[in-house]
Design a protein around this ligand. Structure first.
Ligand code: PMT
Length: 221
């Protein structure tokens, strides 16, 4: 299978030296890429700025902003590397500054207001803008009602599967070496994968995702 994976945070510039970002380390996405390679798949990784080395054999595209991640994903989907499976593990910034100052902002006033606007939704564009017909997997980073919010994303973003993780915990989720997830599937079905290293979890996730993608292909025939 050809698998596209997004990983890491995005950075939304405020001025030449400052940006808005989040705590994503890229560990989850890179572990998925490594597991997918080990299981014999062809992997394209679109990564925000992280301090990790991409697994050998992966086609890596480095990006900074949500807009660049959107554009790179669009190009990959329209190329020979167009995936059968797309997994969105990146923590894309939902908002960016409306204006980027061309010079470093000086601290004159006591208060500074930065106006923000929505970034493009990469996952949400897959079906509508990029005409992706393959198996679509989103992640849901939640602090409460994991399954409720993930099921909402499953329907809203037209996914086949949403993987929910609890980012209020310090032992899993953002920047930890381990994760625990709930797979949220259509018709309210769920499957829990208990806590393990992100690398071991990724072996299980890739196997299950490929199995579900094959079932979807068969059902469409
Ligand atoms: O990188 P690590 O430190 O290993 O941490 C892993 C993780 C917690 C970042 C990862 O497991 C995870 O949950 N990733 C998704 C984080 C997130 O942004 O969730 P969300 O609920 O805000 O977004 C829902 C989905 O839409 C995600 O698949 C996200 O990639 C996608 N999205 C969101 C906004 C946007 N503008 N474009 C997107 O594609």
């Amino acid at each position: 299978m050809k698998i596209l994976i997004t990983a890491g945070p995005t950075r939304e510039p405020i001025d030449p030296v400052r940006f808005l970002s989040n705590r994503s380390s890229g560990k989850m996405g890179y572990a998925l890429a490594e597991a997918a390679m080990d299981q014999g798949h062809t992997v394209t990784l679109i990564s925000g700025p992280v301090a990790l080395t991409a697994p050998v054999g992966v086609t890596l595209h480095r990006v900074e902003t949500a807009q660049q991640m959107w554009e790179t994903t669009r190009l990959v989907c329209a190329s020979d590397a167009a995936p059968n499976i797309a997994i969105f593990a990146a923590a894309v910034a939902d908002y960016r500054p409306v204006a980027i100052a061309s010079e470093k902002i000086k601290k004159h006033a006591d208060n500074l207001t930065v106006e923000l606007e929505r970034t493009p939704d990469v996952l949400g564009s897959m079906r509508s803008d990029f005409s992706f017909g393959g198996f679509l997997v989103g992640f849901a980073a939640e602090t409460n009602d994991l399954v409720g919010h993930a099921m909402d994303k499953l329907a809203r973003k037209n996914c086949d599967l949403v993987i929910a993780n609890d980012v209020s915990r310090t032992d899993t989720g953002f920047d930890s070496d381990e994760n625990e997830v709930i797979l949220c599937l259509p018709a309210g079905r769920t499957e829990t994968i208990p806590k393990k290293s992100k690398r071991a979890l990724s072996d299980t996730l890739i196997q299950r995702i490929v199995e579900l993608a094959k079932q979807k292909l068969l059902a469409e025939k």
